[in-house]
Design a binder for this molecule. Structure first.
Ligand SMILES: Cc1ncc(COP(=O)(O)O)c(C=O)c1O
Length: 404
């Protein structure tokens, strides 16, 4: 995916998030067709947290996707993007009464994080259907901060205690059920997903047998990874879907779980490689190390500072024949504000050059902040080869919007 970055920088300025609609479409179709071959009642719910821009949500909804939201703000993004309630899932954690009220009002399906979440909910209204997020006792992710299952995870109900939650919900008059897990993010290993699915179905089997119901849906979360490094082996989605569906079909028969819908909630997989962050060199420094300062930093793309994530860096208009070892940093007054450590880049880079950070479509803009008084960047979407501004660049004046 390459574009005329000079033109884009001239028209929209830098730093700039650029998303490619075609790539999002390809990602969606690849995932969808891999699962469709194996299980009919399958649906994708795009995890809006990865990139909540309404234009991005609209692309995915247009392809037939649903969404998964994790906060009232994300829910509002989905609603305003025109997503019907029937296609919205809500998976929060430690949900407040205000969060739960908004979810109930929206008519969306939801996965509750705990029995106490359900207790808070019924003090507002008893729902017809409940699904709980189960911690299946296992998790995996590309960094410990994105492992969301297992004994160190703050999410979900430990599987040993889940039956209590379902029993309580049944006693309160709930008649429809789902079950959910989300064990970690950015996994490239197909067998891990199948293993987790097998475990969830075994757990679900025990629960629903005792409950005397079958679930309407089984939601196995997202977490499908993308290669960020040159050495990463891309996730074999065909194999993953086959392994997951085999375990799923085997499990629903073995544990008498009826014919539930199989839901997935990918974020990164759908939009991660569809986005780049375009930025400009603001200063070169020959210090104890060679630094290249750019106009994007941890305020713009937080993943490298937050969990040592790697984004490939490119210099679109320089030859790479002679290189030197450099670190790329932003302008924030934190030494964690390094976007790439000790990488080889063309030695002729000059101030004003454009720098590209790849695979920034997920958890890029979504995690950005105005730290150090730097307004957030603009976002554009490339549709049929043409760039459309989908979020204007923030201005310094915008920083004063909330002072009273
Ligand atoms: C509940 C839930 N669903 C889906 C996702 C999306 O994860 P990913 O972007 O790794 O697919 C997350 C990410 O944190 C999540 O918490």
């Amino acid at each position: 995916m390459n574009h005329n970055y000079k033109e884009l920088a001239k028209e929209f300025g830098t730093p700039l998030y650029i998303y490619d609609q075609k790539q999002i479409e390809e990602n969606y179709h690849r995932l969808r067709s891999a699962f469709d071959k194996h299980y009919e009642k399958f649906s994708i719910h795009y995890a809006v947290k990865a990139n909540p821009n309404p234009a991005v949500i609209k692309v995915l909804i247009g392809l037939g996707s649903g969404v998964d939201c994790s906060s009232p703000g994300e829910l509002e993004h989905a609603l305003r993007a025109g997503v019907p309630a029937s296609k919205i899932l809500y998976t929060g954690n430690y949900e407040s009464p205000e969060d739960l009220t908004k979810v109930l009002e929206s008519g969306a399906k939801f996965n509750l994080d705990d029995l106490n979440s359900f207790k808070r909910m019924i003090s507002i209204k008893t729902p017809e259907r409940v699904s709980f997020r189960i911690n299946p006792g296992m998790g995996k992710g590309s960094h410990e901060a994105v492992v969301t299952g297992g004994t160190d995870a703050k999410f979900g109900i430990p599987y040993e205690k889940a039956i209590e939650a379902y029993q309580f919900a049944k006693e309160q008059g709930v008649t429809k059920f789902g079950i959910h897990m989300m064990t970690g993010s950015n996994n490239l290993e197909p067998f891990f997903f199948a293993e987790a699915v097998e475990k969830l179905l075994t757990i679900g089997g025990g629960i629903f047998k005792e409950l005397g119901f079958t679930p309407d849906y089984i939601d196995i979360g997202g977490g499908f990874g993308i290669p960020y490094h040159e050495e990463d082996v891309p996730l074999d989605v065909e194999l993953m879907a086959e392994l997951i569906c085999d375990k799923f079909k085997e499990g629903i028969v073995k544990h008498e779980l009826g014919e539930p819908e199989l839901l997935v909630e990918p974020g990164r997989y759908l939009v991660g490689n569809a986005g780049v962050l375009l930025s400009k060199v603001t200063g070169l420094k020959d210090s104890y190390r060679q630094f290249i300062g750019i106009d994007a930093g941890m305020n713009t793309l937080m993943r490298p500072s937050l969990y040592g994530a790697i984004h490939r860096v490119e210099v679109p208009y320089r030859s790479s024949e002679n290189t030197r070892l450099v670190s790329i940093c932003g302008q924030v007054c934190e030494n964690a504000d390094i976007l790439a450590h000790n990488i080889l880049l063309p030695e002729d880079i000059e101030e004003g050059d454009l720098i590209l950070l790849r695979d920034a479509g997920a958890y890029g803009f979504a995690m950005s902040s105005v730290y150090n008084g730097r307004p957030r960047p603009a976002e554009v979407l490339i549709e049929n080869g043409k760039a459309r501004l989908i979020r204007r660049r923030e201005k310094i004046d915008d920083l004063f919007n909330f002072y009273v």
